[in-house]
Design a protein around this ligand. Structure first.
Ligand code: ATP
Ligand code: MG
Length: 554
């Protein structure tokens, strides 16, 4: 019996201690996206972390739209985020929560703070507030409105809510400490006046809470115990704690920060992805070269591969960039036993078997997946005219080239040995067909042991081959030469997309959008979910077969 060594991340250690000490009895986590863009691989890390913890501790996982800022939000994003989270399999119990549903409760907390003398209405302009705030090295100054009476503050705040004052003319601020070394604690603004129509609350509100006030309250209202966020919020934690303490929650949530996920050779970050889409560098949010979840799904990544990847990456407090090759490793491992292995020729060249009878077709039985006997066998057909890869033939081969060249014999995978007898060239000097003879003795499965050949190549039967568009991808950014150019723009890889017209074995024609296949020697592919039709199949290459990443031995 092998004993499993369970190593815990630093967040789980904190949770264990909290449970032991009775700080909380049930663990509740959440994922709170702002509906202002598509989710990307970094969000998947956050989702799987939060969901994984809730599941591990038999707790609850909440899914909440952080929709307190009406300007940037969009229904399109709401729908895509829902689709992504379902795809990842993060079960939030079916109830979608909205921060905007708590606007009334948030308003009540603001009143409570005013009554405690912990919040005040300020008439300073935005510019003045900035000037009064001080700098990293100098303390701020108190606003002349800071000492308004509680009654006056209550009256003014109510009038703010009732629409008495124009946008931007007044704010509600927390009364903390203008001399705090932490600028976030220098009387942060907690409510602003802004006449904006909100997708959920319509025109009910003309005042909206600020993120640093709203977020801890949303967590507290839902009974979140551990509010996991990324490192940039570390300096906001004192304010988070201040809000939940002053609001007097009996079991306030705890904010814990972890490092964001970054990947080499790609663009993460909602704003950056958005810019690529808007600039037309890529073809929409789900362009398979992006790492938005919609794009990864379309490219052929699976939820399982992302889970494995996140486990490999782990959770830490130090910022670092992960090698994209690691993500590729994870999808290969996932697809290895699952995807059938077919033959497909990406850049077709005719191979004519001159001594094979005209009009004859024979069948060969071939295994679907050499790593998975349960995947069974299938039949492929063979006849006089086949397709092979252009680079599996060379007129004048270099040393150690074991594939087809005049006079050389190779094995056609699953079929016969063939010997190259010549080739045809057109007037432009391009090779248009290769000629060969086959040896009937060498039929696959016949037990032939007469001689050996060094090269095995794949092929498809021209008579029943399926034509398809195949999209071959490389990383969007060429990081070898540095992520940025001298002028600060991104250093795009000009070869990030290549489109070829491939010839695939007949079984490929039955494949449905989203299904995976390995085309042997060429990599893993998926039928494109957006552009593929039964008449015109489109495949995306998920990943090649060679790996530059080796997992560390455990
Ligand atoms: P971006 O940084 O891409 O603009 P965001 O943080 O603005 O994303 P939100 O919708 O606010 O996007 O994020 C929802 C949650 O996802 C937050 O808790 C945030 O910390 C987390 N998150 C965002 N990016 C990453 C990342 N790269 N790695 C891990 N978690 C992330
Ligand atoms: Mg954000």
């Amino acid at each position: 019996m092998s004993e499993e060594v369970v190593s815990k991340n630093f967040i789980e250690n904190i949770i264990d201690k909290d449970l032991e000490e009775g700080t909380y009895s049930e663990i509740v986590t959440r994922f709170p996206p702002e509906p202002n863009g598509y989710l990307h691989i970094g969000h998947a890390k956050s989702i799987l972390l939060n969901y994984g913890i809730a599941k591990k501790y038999g707790g609850k996982f909440n899914f909440r739209f952080d929709d307190t800022n009406p300007t940037k939000e969009d229904e399109e994003y709401v729908q895509s985020i829902l689709e992504d989270i379902k795809w990842l399999g993060a079960d939030f119990g079916g109830e979608v929560l909205y921060a905007s549903n708590y606007f009334d409760q948030m308003y009540e907390v603001a009143i409570k703070l005013i009554k405690k003398g912990k919040a005040y209405v300020d008439d300073l302009s935005a510019d003045e507030i900035r000037q009064y705030r001080g700098t990293l090295t100098e303390p701020g100054k108190n606003s002349p409105y800071r000492d308004r009476s509680i009654d006056e503050n209550l009256k003014l705040f109510e009038e703010m809510k009732d629409g008495v004052y124009p946008d931007g003319s007044k704010v509600l601020r927390a009364k903390i400490d203008m001399a705090s070394p932490n600028i976030n604690m220098r009387d942060p603004i907690i409510y602003r006046i802004a006449r904006m129509t909100h997708h959920n609350t319509g025109d009910k509100w003309v005042i909206y809470p600020m993120y640093d006030f709203a977020h801890p309250l949303e967590d507290a209202f839902e009974g979140i115990t551990h509010s996991l966020c990324t490192l940039e919020f570390e300096d906001h934690r004192p304010l988070y704690n201040w809000v939940v303490e002053e609001a007097e929650f009996p079991h306030p949530p705890k904010q814990i920060e972890f490092a964001k996920l970054y990947l080499t050779n790609v663009v993460t970050g909602k704003r950056y992805i958005k810019k690529l889409v808007e600039d037309g560098v890529v073809d929409g949010w789900d362009d398979p070269r992006l790492v938005s979840l919609a794009a990864l799904r379309r490219r052929g990544f699976t939820p399982e591969s992302l889970k494995t990847f996140m486990e490999l990456v782990g959770i830490s407090k130090s910022q670092s960039s992960c090698d994209y090759a690691m993500l590729e490793y994870c999808i290969r491992e996932d697809l290895k036993p699952k995807a059938p292995r077919y033959m497909g020729v990406l850049r077709p060249l005719k191979l004519i078997i001159d001594n094979y009878p005209e009009g004859q077709t024979e069948e060969f039985e071939i295994e679907n997946n050499s790593d998975n006997p349960e995947a069974g066998n299938r039949k492929i057909t063979f006849s006089k005219e086949l397709y092979i890869e252009q680079d599996d033939f060379m007129e004048e081969p270099p040393r150690k080239y074991f594939r087809l060249f005049p006079g050389n014999e190779v094995r056609l995978k699953g079929a016969y040995f063939v010997k190259c007898t010549g080739f045809d060239k057109n007037e432009a000097g391009e090779i248009t067909a290769v000629h060969a003879t086959y040896d009937p003795e060498t039929r696959s499965g016949s037990g032939f042991e007469g001689r050996k050949v060094k090269g095995t190549i794949h092929w498809v039967n021209a008579a029943d081959a399926v034509s398809a568009e195949v999209r071959l991808y490389e990383n969007l950014i060429d990081e070898e030469k540095g992520k940025l150019n001298e002028d600060g723009t991104l250093n795009f890889n000009p070869n990030s997309l290549e489109v070829v017209e491939a010839k695939l074995e007949a079984a490929s024609g039955e494949m449905k959008p989203g299904e995976h296949v390995q085309f042997i020697r060429n990599g893993y592919f998926v039928v494109d979910t957006k552009d593929s039709t039964p008449e015109k199949l489109v495949f995306n290459r998920v990943v090649g077969l060679k790996s530059s990443y080796k997992p560390e031995a455990k």
